[in-house]
Design a protein around this ligand. Structure first.
Ligand code: ATP
Ligand code: LTN
Length: 336
């Protein structure tokens, strides 16, 4: 279908702030792992700045967050030889196909989206219509590139289901056009919880700063946040997500970084309390993030980002333009 091009794995992250440990363990670390394992696939990772403006953003901060995020992606281990990195708003086809996707999305299905319902409640300055149609744009992001796999955290499952429905709906109405994508959601780490309130997801744009580890926090702050994480009164390091959500969340973080299983961690800490466990975890997390921060500093100061974005834009544009042209033609838009 696409000549000699390899099959595509694609994902995006919003530049809505400094990425968190949740983004890192649920998305970034996973992208890097997949990039290194799935040799038959080409990776497209983009910065979803259009999605970011569905809630108000400060223009200066947004611009800085786009650069920071790209540098963090690379610092986490994405390599330009394997991964095309680009900025969503630089490819106009996203917004154009997003509109087409809106035209085949139903109000009822958008109203059911839990991310919309959550974010709507947090919005004090009014809810934008773009927040509502956000999933149609996300479908466009994915379908433009015929992505086969989309690695994301657990919170994006519902959006991916909708993307699949829209692809199938379009193909049925207008003839085979889109690849129906599949989500890649890792079993462990797809939902890292807030350290102060383990009933809610660690979120970069929520106010709960103390419960959220940001990748560019000073290492001393990171350690402090981990050590003051909420646990329970049993004082036994045991994985039990329902009854011991705090310690279970910390064990997930421990397991993802150390590559030890829950059983191995339990064994290691059988006769030791939460204090010891948290101290070790604080060192583990800080050690992992320190490496990312050091590389981040090199990259952000290297002046190489612009050239990478230009390369990414050029490559993404070719595929996106071709696909949009095909879509317009099928629908009967314009004079194509
Ligand atoms: P916002 O708070 O602005 O909505 P976000 O962090 O939820 O931002 P993105 O930055 O777009 O949203 O998320 C990027 C990726 O990180 C997505 O794949 C998302 O599923 C994943 N992700 C976000 N939060 C977590 C978390 N707490 N645990 C695991 N994965 C997460
Ligand atoms: N909606 C996602 C970010 C996102 C995305 C995408 C992820 C926008 N477009 C396309 C994968 C594929 C989020 O809120 N985390």
């Amino acid at each position: 279908m696409r000549g000699k091009m390899k099959k595509i794995v694609l994902s995006g992250i919003k530049p809505t702030g400094i990425p968190t440990l949740g983004n890192y363990l649920g998305a970034l670390k996973n992208f890097v792992k997949l990039q290194n394992e799935m040799k038959d696939y080409e990776f497209f990772i983009f910065i979803a700045d259009l999605h970011a403006i569905t809630v108000p953003q400060d223009p200066k901060e947004l611009k800085q967050n786009i650069k920071n995020l790209a540098a963090i992606y690379l610092a986490a281990g994405l390599v330009p030889e394997r991964t095309t990195l680009f900025v969503q708003s630089e490819i106009n086809e996203h917004a154009a196909l997003g509109f087409v996707m809106q035209s085949i999305s139903y109000m009822g299905e958008l109203e059911r989206m839990t991310q919309y319902k959550d974010k709507m409640q947090k919005q004090v300055q009014g809810v934008s219509s773009a927040l509502f149609t956000y999933p149609s744009l996300m479908a466009a992001d994915i379908l433009l590139y015929d992505a086969e796999y989309v690695p994301v955290g657990d919170d994006q499952k519902q959006h991916l289901e909708l993307t699949r429905d829209l692809a199938i709906r379009f193909n049925n109405r207008f003839g085979e056009t889109f690849v129906v994508p599949e989500g890649l959601i890792s079993e462990k780490g797809a939902r890292i919880m807030d350290l102060q309130d383990p009933s809610k997801k660690m979120d970069k744009s929520s106010e709960g700063e103390r419960g959220c580890v940001f990748l560019l926090d000073p290492l001393s702050t990171i350690k402090k946040k981990i050590k003051s994480a909420v646990t329970d009164s049993e004082a036994q390091v045991r994985y039990d997500k329902d009854n011991k959500p705090g310690i279970s969340n910390l064990m997930t973080i421990y397991s993802l970084i150390s590559e030890l299983s829950y059983e191995e961690i339990e064994e290691k800490y059988t006769s030791r309390g939460y204090g010891d466990f948290k101290k070790d975890l604080a060192e583990l997390v800080a050690g992992e993030i320190e490496v990312v921060q050091n590389r981040y500093r090199e990259i952000i100061n290297s002046g190489k980002l612009d050239a990478l974005f230009d390369q990414g834009k050029e490559k993404a544009k070719v595929l996106a333009a071709k696909k949009l042209h095909k879509v317009y033609k099928k629908i009967g838009l314009g004079r194509y």
